[in-house]
Ligand binder design. Structure first.
Ligand code: HSE
Length: 436
């Protein structure tokens, strides 16, 4: 059978990795696929670099539009990233009948609806395994492996940069800013780390997984984002003393009220596997009605792990090119006509338990007042400890609550902050038991 022709847009880290995987494992890939994968064309500004990497016959162009419009390209592999030129190129490629393999989570999370509709119209596939959790085949698992289930929830450590920072803060007791500098020195964090540490990257990934899990349109604007930059290492230490680890989690959960979609630092019981995923590694926990709990662990970034996902998509797409579109796995896991918008819960309506830290005057009755204000909102206390007197007059009180609706805990916090004895804003961090 004639090899499938691919056109690669971008020879950065993942692009180079993709060429390396395709060339290094060419024989094994052909054994699986029954045909070869031909790197027909590559778009990059650095022709010399491309020439050194790619097979002799590969055409190299500085104009990416040549790739997406070339009649002999079957699959466009988009590795530019972002929603500028990459968006234009992907849409143009679809209009030219090209199948798409992309690692571009931002494009999918922010413009997925438009893109999938256009792809359906032009009868082409859009594959994006590499967009979520790098080398972990979580998209395949959600779309196919768990297809027998009604999925209840997903919770994932899906940003390696943040996980590295939190792991270091816990192990060394260091401040956020110091660990961030170290992460930048080691190349784990970008010079501008905002996208990773403020939860945007994790938000894009959990938004995509939420759509696949529940059969809803991708809706990044409904995703609540709270990053790790304001975390105080004291809270990491207190959490640890109470038997918890703090992780940046992407969470999506379906309840009778609607769908929760959120990214924020989260206390997890240290006995949970997810709490023990450290450094730059990623892990995604899926809870579904028939299979129960499943956990997927692996490298969430890096040239070869991400390329492993890109190439798996190239293989899948190559197999299905000739198939009737009805036999293909739908991009969003559900038949396009079955993808339905559902109520997305605002944060006030989510259900969680909470870690609260209050700095208050150390005198009789203060603890009682605080407990009373929580009780007034029907927030039940699971544990309460006084963490010591800082200056002889101020006590630091750490409270863990039982599960409650967020608006109630926020109302209690607002009331606590009005107390004359309370010195600073209350610190609130959400907690998950991961039982559902
Ligand atoms: N920057 C991401 C991370 C990897 O830190 O996990 C690419 O999505």
């Amino acid at each position: 059978m004639k090899p499938v022709n691919i056109g690669i847009l971008g020879l950065g880290t993942v692009g180079r990795g993709t060429v390396e995987v395709l060339r290094g494992n060419a024989a094994e890939i052909a054994r699986r696929l029954g045909r070869g994968v031909n790197i027909f064309m590559v778009s990059t500004r650095d022709e010399a670099k491309a020439r050194a990497l790619c097979p002799d016959g590969t055409r190299i162009t500085a104009d990416p539009f040549e790739v997406v419009r070339h009649p002999e390209v079957d699959i466009v592999v988009e590795l530019f990233g972002g929603t500028g030129i990459a968006k234009e190129l992907v849409f143009e490629a679809v209009r030219h009948g090209k199948h798409i393999v992309t690692a571009n989570k931002k494009l999918l999370a922010e413009h997925g609806g438009e893109l999938f509709a256009l792809a359906e119209k032009h009868n082409v596939m859009v594959q994006f395994e590499a967009a979520v959790a790098g080398g972990i085949p979580i998209i395949k698992a959600l779309r196919e492996g768990l297809a027998a289930n009604r999925i209840r929830s997903i919770a994932g450590i899906i940003n390696g940069t943040s996980n590295f920072i939190l792991s270091e803060m816990r192990e060394k007791g260091s401040a956020f800013a110091d660990v961030l500098k170290e992460a930048q020195r080691l190349g784990y964090a970008e010079a501008d780390p905002t996208f990773d540490i403020e939860g945007h990257d994790a938000g894009h990934k959990i938004t995509i997984m939420s759509a696949l899990a529940f059969g809803t349109p991708v809706n990044f604007s409904a995703c609540y984002l709270e990053g790790i930059s304001k975390l105080d290492s004291r809270d990491i230490k207190y959490a640890e003393e109470l038997g918890y680890r703090i992780k940046l989690l992407g969470i999506t959960r379906r309840s009778e009220k609607g769908i929760e979609l959120r990214v924020h630092p989260t206390l997890l019981p240290e006995s949970r596997l997810l709490a023990n995923v450290n450094g730059v590694m990623n892990a995604v926990r899926v809870n579904a009605d028939m299979v129960g709990e499943t956990l997927f662990y692996g490298a969430g970034a890096g040239a070869l792990p991400t390329a492993s996902a890109v190439v798996a998509d190239i293989i899948d797409t190559s197999r299905l090119i000739a198939a009737d579109s009805g036999q293909r796995v739908p991009s969003l896991a559900f038949q396009p006509a079955q993808v339905q918008a559902q109520t997305m819960l605002p944060m006030d309506e989510i259900t969680s338990s909470y870690y609260l830290r209050v700095q208050a005057e150390d005198k009789p009755g203060v603890l009682g007042q605080i407990a009373g204000l929580l009780a007034a909102q029907n927030v039940s206390i699971e544990a309460l400890i006084q963490k010591g007197v800082l200056d002889g007059r101020t006590a630091e009180i750490v409270i863990l609550t039982h599960s409650t609706v967020e608006k109630h805990v926020k109302a209690a916090i607002a009331a606590i902050e009005t107390l004359g004895t309370v010195r600073e804003k209350v610190v609130m961090i959400r907690m998950e038991s991961l039982h559902d």
